[in-house]
Each structure stands twice: as C-alpha cells, then as structure tokens.
Design a protein around this ligand. Structure first.
Ligand code: SIN
Ligand code: NI
Length: 266
C-alpha cells in the first residue's frame, strides 16, 4: 500500500462537507467510512507525534489486557495531537452526520502493538459513558497507518445504533454482546479496512469490534468522541469525570469538554 493509493482520494468536497449519500449511510447503518480526511504529510506529522506520545506516556495507558494501549485526553498534553482532535474538517463532518451541535467528550490514542494478537471484542461505547439527556454521540476513528484487516481494522454491526438499554460489554469476551442480545449474532458484520488518513465515524450505540494486529507494524488510531452539546452528567463512574467533582445533572461543558463544535454555523 503506497501513497499513490491515497492521492486525490478524498470524500470531502470543496465546501468541507461529505456527500449526502454518506450522511444517509451513517443514519441508516450507524457508521460510515470517510476517505482522505488527512493528506500524507499530515498523516506523517500526526503519526510521528503519536509515536513520541506513546513512548513518553505508555505508563499511563489504561490496562486493557493486551487489547490495546489506551491514552485518554491526549489533546490536553500534546499540541500536535490537539490540532488533530480540533481539526475543523473532522468536526464539521461529525456535526453534519449527527445533525446537531457537538462538543468534545474526550479523545484517545488506541494502539495495537505489533503482533498483539488480541481482538477488541464486540461492544457498544455509549453504555460506558456517564451521559444523560443526550442525543446520539459519535466517534471519529482515524487511521494514522494503513490498517488492513490483519493490522486491526474495525468491524461494525449495521443498524445497531438504535439498540439502547444494554449494560457495558466486556471488550475481552467475544460473546458478551451477543449473550445480552442474541438477535445481534445474526446480523451482517461489515469489516472496514482503512488507508492512513481515512477514518470511520460510528455512533455510540453501534456494535463494533477491532481485529487483532498480526503484523510487524503498530496500529495507531486517533479517536475523537463527540457528544451532544447538551449532554449532562449521569452520576456514574468514569475515568474522565471522576476527578471533576460533578453532581448528577451537571452539564458536561466548560474547558474540559470544549464546544459547541462549530459555534457560528449558518
Ligand atoms: C480499537 O480500535 O481497538 C477499538 C476501538 C473502539 O472500540 O472504538
Ligand atoms: Ni468502542
């Protein structure tokens, strides 16, 4: 896979928007691929920053039993990665897909080390989050290296963005989500390889997993999680909100949760 495959290959129009068909696909399936959000120079710059960040902060990675290294809120500590998290191109697309104003929930770097050989098993994201009063949040998962299936790309369960009410699922148990709702077992599973600089957007309830990394190269993904700007704190525990001294019902806003994403939309 070469940069030749990437050149001129972007789903973003001159007006900064993605075609209506991609918005329709996101609304129907709960996920969509957007190609060419970063050009090769940007990929190189952000991947270099991500590699350095991982070396400097690996000890702070949240333990996930070999699934991935997870470093949360990198935007607060690295100027280059902050620029990626607040890249207006990504925010504009996220808001186009969501259809309402957004703010940042958190970002995270997810790295599957070479030959980690461990999948991130099927789960929904939203049950983990202490959110209330919100419309459907969504995540941008940006590939900072080429991510074919064998390097740990994502697989989605189309249409599951409406399946609410399940408890958080175990990322280390391939059967957990399906035990909670056996009907999901029989849905098509859509695997989405990405070239470096491509991304997927998926909603907070869309079931998804990531394959193991069986290659010699680390899989770097930068994830930006956008939430409804009106989201309030539900009162349950989460690594991002635990230090903040919030009370249930408080708005998740202010400096820790910047937004609304595009303050002066027409
Ligand atoms: C992964 O990249 O391994 C998982 C990402 C996710 O669960 O959103
Ligand atoms: Ni997830």
């Amino acid at each position: 896979m070469t940069t030749t495959e990437q050149s001129g290959r972007s789903d973003i129009g001159a007006n900064g928007r993605v075609p209506d068909e991609l918005v329709a696909a996101y609304r129907e399936h709960g996920f969509v691929r957007v190609r060419g959000v970063l050009d090769p120079d940007e990929v190189e710059r952000f991947r270099t920053s991500a590699e350095a960040y991982l070396i400097a902060h690996r000890a702070e990675s949240l333990e996930k039993q070999g699934t991935f290294s997870q470093l949360v809120n990198v935007w607060q500590r690295d100027d280059n990665l902050r620029a990626l998290t607040f890249d207006p191109r990504l925010g504009r697309i996220a808001e186009q897909l969501a259809g309402f104003p957004l703010r940042l929930w958190h970002d995270q770097m997810l790295v599957k080390e070479p030959h980690n050989n461990v999948a991130t098993e099927f789960h929904q994201d939203r049950p983990f989050w202490p959110h209330a009063g919100d419309r459907l949040a969504l995540s941008a998962w940006i590939a900072l290296v080429d991510v074919p299936p064998e390097r740990g790309c994502m697989t989605f369960l189309p249409g599951t963005q409406h399946r609410t009410g399940l408890r958080p699922q175990n990322l280390g148990d391939e059967d957990d989500l399906f035990a909670l709702d056996p009907s999901l077992r029989w849905l098509p599973r859509v695997t989405v390889p990405l070239l470096a600089g491509d991304c997927t957007f998926h909603s907070g309830y869309t079931g998804h997993m990531a394959l193991p990394n069986r290659t010699d190269l680390a899989r770097y993904a930068h994830v930006i999680i956008y939430m409804d700007e009106a989201t309030t704190y539900s009162g349950t525990a989460h690594v991002v909100t635990d230090p903040l001294g919030l009370a249930a019902g408080d708005r998740l806003d202010g400096d820790t949760f910047p937004g609304p994403w595009i303050p002066h939309r027409g």
